[in-house]
Design a protein around this ligand. Structure first.
Ligand SMILES: [Mg+2]
Length: 265
C-alpha cells in the first residue's frame, strides 16, 4: 500500500521541513477556518475580489466535480489581483482582520510542554500565514512548521499563488505531509484537525481526525467523512479538542472512545 502511494505522490515544488523521527504524538492542523476564525482566502475574495456570490458559484462547481479545487481557488485569488490589490496590502489587511480560535494558544501550550510538534498543513500561502501567526503568537510563531503553498510576486506587483503540487487537483496534496510519518519504523500517533474541502486529501491518513463544526451547521469535510465512513470527532473549538487530545495522550481514553462519542464540546 505505501509503495503504491509513493508511486503516485505528486512532485513537490517546495521543500518540506524535516520529519520528527522520535515523537510519540504529532499534531497536524489545517490553518484557514480551523486554527483561524475566518478563512483568509474567502475573506480576501469576499471583501476585495469578486465577492461572496461569485465565490459560492466557484465552490459549487468544485463540489459538483466540474472544476478542480486548484483551479477554482486560483480564480478566487485572480479576482483579488484583478481589482489591483498588491500582495503586501492583502497581507496587512489579513494581519489586522484574522483572529485565532480562542482555545488555540492553550492547546499549543499543552503540545509544546508535552513534546508534541504542531505542524500547520495549509492550502494557503506561507507568507500570509506567517504574518497572521506572528501577530497572534509572537515569538512562538517560529516554532511552528508550516507546510503550505507559496506566493509569487511579479515585477509589476501582480501576484499569484504558487502551488506546492501543481500536478495535483488539490494544488497541495495534504496527505503528503502525513504519509512520511506513517512510514517511520516507530510511527507516532497522528492527530489531524480540519474543516473543509482542502482537507479531503488528508482526512483518511491520520490516526485521529477532528472536524471543526461551524455555527452555520454541517461542513463539507463532515459530509465527506460521513459518506466515506471515515471515523472522526466533531469539535467546536480547540479548548474542546484539548480535552480529547489530553485524554488520548495520557492513555486515559482511546481514539475509538471518541469516535464512538462522535463529538467533543
Ligand atoms: Mg480550512
Amino acid at each position: 500500500m505505501s509503495s503504491h502511494l509513493e508511486e503516485i505522490a505528486p512532485e513537490s515544488t517546495l521543500p518540506y521541513p524535516p520529519v520528527h523521527t522520535d515523537k510519540k504524538f504529532v499534531v497536524f492542523s489545517d490553518w484557514d477556518g480551523t486554527i483561524t476564525n475566518f478563512d483568509s482566502n474567502d475573506y480576501l475574495t469576499d471583501n476585495l475580489g469578486f465577492g461572496f456570490e461569485a465565490r459560492r458559484k466557484v465552490n459549487e462547481r468544485i463540489l459538483a466535480g466540474e472544476l478542480t479545487f486548484r483551479d477554482g481557488f486560483r480564480q478566487d485569488l485572480e479576482s483579488v489581483v484583478a481589482k489591483g490589490y498588491k500582495f503586501e496590502e492583502c497581507k496587512k489587511i489579513l494581519r489586522e482582520s484574522i483572529k485565532l480560535d480562542e482555545g488555540f494558544k492553550e492547546f499549543y501550550k499543552f503540545c509544546s510542554a508535552s513534546d508534541i510538534p504542531v505542524i500547520v498543513v495549509s492550502s494557503g500561502m506561507e507568507p500570509i500565514i506567517r504574518a497572521v501567526l506572528s501577530n497572534l503568537l509572537g515569538e512562538h510563531e517560529k516554532e511552528i512548521a508550516i507546510i503550505s503553498n507559496d506566493a509569487e510576486v511579479k515585477e509589476d506587483d501582480t501576484w499569484m499563488i504558487k502551488y506546492r503540487h501543481p500536478s495535483s487537483h488539490f494544488g497541495h496534496d495534504k496527505s503528503q505531509a502525513i504519509l512520511p510519518y506513517r512510514r517511520l519504523p516507530n510511527p507516532p500517533f497522528t492527530f489531524f484537525f480540519g474543516d473543509g474541502v482542502s482537507d479531503l486529501s488528508a482526512a483518511r491518513h491520520a490516526d485521529m481526525l477532528f472536524v471543526k463544526t461551524k455555527p452555520g451547521g454541517e461542513n463539507d469535510l463532515a459530509k465527506y467523512c460521513k459518506r466515506e465512513n471515515i471515523p472522526h470527532v466533531l469539535f467546536s473549538d480547540f479548548s474542546a479538542a484539548l480535552v480529547a487530545v489530553k485524554s488520548v495522550v495520557s492513555g486515559e481514553k482511546t481514539a475509538g472512545y471518541w469516535f464512538e462519542k462522535g463529538r467533543v464540546e
